[in-house]
Design a protein around this ligand. Structure first.
Ligand SMILES: *Cc1c(COP(=O)(O)O)cnc(C)c1O
Length: 425
């Protein structure tokens, strides 16, 4: 038995489901999860000593590569001063200033410890600011696991949302409405009917939790206009796309400015950090200046800030995103070409260091089209790649990530594995 299998068996006795976050359990692809012991640059090493080229990057944060020497040094320096004070530190301001230079739409921000906290807090703030209860999200977008966001569409587009998980009260879920992504007419119809009772619209401006979908031209602009017309707070959840599709996230890449932005993942460089922020007028509603409550014992933790700041500093290197985008594009187009040679229909998309691969005949632009992809061949491709030392996300609903340490040689090795994998399917 592999060490990983044994470790999963042991973990399952004391940890619910054997994992501390469900997608890690490999339920969507079958088999048991790989347990990792260490990582360096683009590589992961499992408990059996096996090496993998990593295209998950801890679900996004490791954009500057695993065990990045500058990031580790910053953490080592920080810990010698103590781990947490529960009081302000200067590095929090340095970090806020750095984030603002990348995201000019964020006049003010606040740090927390996860993406879930960031979106949950941004929604409370938008509700407090507007005095309205209704929120709008999009089918297939994920914004963390807070109650108001674990909600799916009811029976019709303009009806109440219903809980997508037991434990979420229907009385709460009814305040969350769902729209289809990339369908501006549906948004227009909803806003015409209920726009003046909507507090906020929250969206992944480029999706990553129903695999990667880039919005149609004009779509985000259209949503921006609707929000302006009805006094609705537009929230971009850039927990995944922030610092990932470009330094200033999807809002920089696509040129649409939200009222509030949520950040996570890369902002902590592998440590637990989230942030939300935006227009000063809205942010000043937060306690202690305003009445909307939000807090955190470990928010702005100095060790986590040190890891985040060192990671954001790495992103300032000349040509960082040009190189990252080129590497990512080369890998994706290489894989798609190899699939075609093997007679397998595949679509690929990428921006910055984020990519999506789909087993589909045509480009994928909606949640319905993602669910229509060939899941059976995805599962077989996933395992074929894994057995050849390439670690892809264990679900066809996840986007993938490339780091600055994925060199041309690493991409070549990946394409060799893909070629052999396609031949084996
Ligand atoms: C990962 C993710 C979250 C949740 O962040 P956590 O740190 O896991 O709580 C929220 N929104 C998006 C878009 C994400 O990708």
């Amino acid at each position: 038995m592999r060490v990983s299998e044994h470790l999963f068996h042991e973990a399952s006795k004391s940890i619910a489901g054997g994992v501390n976050s469900p997608v890690r359990a490999f339920r969507a692809v079958g088999g048991t999860p790989v347990f990792f012991a260490r990582a360096e640059g683009p590589y992961l090493y499992d408990a059996d000593g096996q090496e993998y080229i990593d295209y998950i990057g801890s679900w996004g944060p490791m954009i500057a590569g695993h065990a990045n020497p500058q990031v580790l040094d910053a953490v080592r320096n920080a810990i010698t001063n103590g781990l947490s004070f529960g009081a302000p530190t200067a590095i929090e301001t340095d970090m806020a200033e750095r984030v603002k230079t990348f995201f000019p739409s964020m006049d003010k921000l606040r740090f927390c410890s996860s993406g879930t906290e960031a979106t949950m807090s941004a929604i409370r703030l938008a509700r407090g600011y507007t005095g309205r209860d209704t929120i709008v999200k999009f089918e297939g977008c994920y914004h963390g696991h807070s109650d108001s966001l674990l909600v799916k569409a009811g029976s019709g587009a303009l009806t109440f949302g219903v809980p997508s998980s037991p434990g979420v009260p229907a009385d709460l879920a009814k305040h969350t409405l769902n729209l289809p992504f990339n369908d501006l007419d549906a948004a227009r119809a909803l806003f015409a009917e209920q726009g003046d009772s909507i507090a906020c619209l929250i969206i992944e401006p480029i999706t990553g939790n129903m695999n990667m979908i880039i919005p149609h031209e004009g779509y985000l602009e259209g949503l921006r206009t609707l929000c302006d017309q009805h006094g609705v707070v537009l929230i971009f959840d850039e927990v995944m796309t922030g610092f990932r599709v470009s330094r200033g996230g999807a809002q920089e890449l696509l040129g649409v400015t939200p009222d509030l932005t949520c950040l996570g993942k890369i902002i902590g460089g592998g440590m637990p950090v989230g942030a939300f922020g935006g227009r000063a007028e809205i942010m000043d509603m937060l306690a202690p200046t305003g009445p909307v409550y939000q807090a955190g014992t470990l928010s702005g933790n100095p060790v986590a800030m040190a890891a985040g700041l060192a990671t954001l500093n790495a992103l300032n290197a000349d040509g960082f995103y040009d190189r990252l985008a080129e590497t990512t594009h080369n890998m994706v187009s290489g894989v798609v070409d190899l699939a075609a040679e093997a007679g397998i229909a595949m679509q690929g998309v990428s921006a910055g260091g984020m990519f999506g691969l789909f087993f589909a005949d045509n480009p994928v632009t909606s949640f319905a089209e993602v669910t229509a992809c060939d899941e059976d061949i995805f599962k077989r491709f996933f395992h074929a790649m894994l057995s050849r030392g390439v670690y892809l996300a264990p679900s066809m609903y996840e986007a993938g990530f490339v780091s600055s340490t994925h060199t041309e040689a690493v991409i070549e090795k990946t394409l060799d594995a893909a070629k052999a994998s396609f031949q084996s399917l």
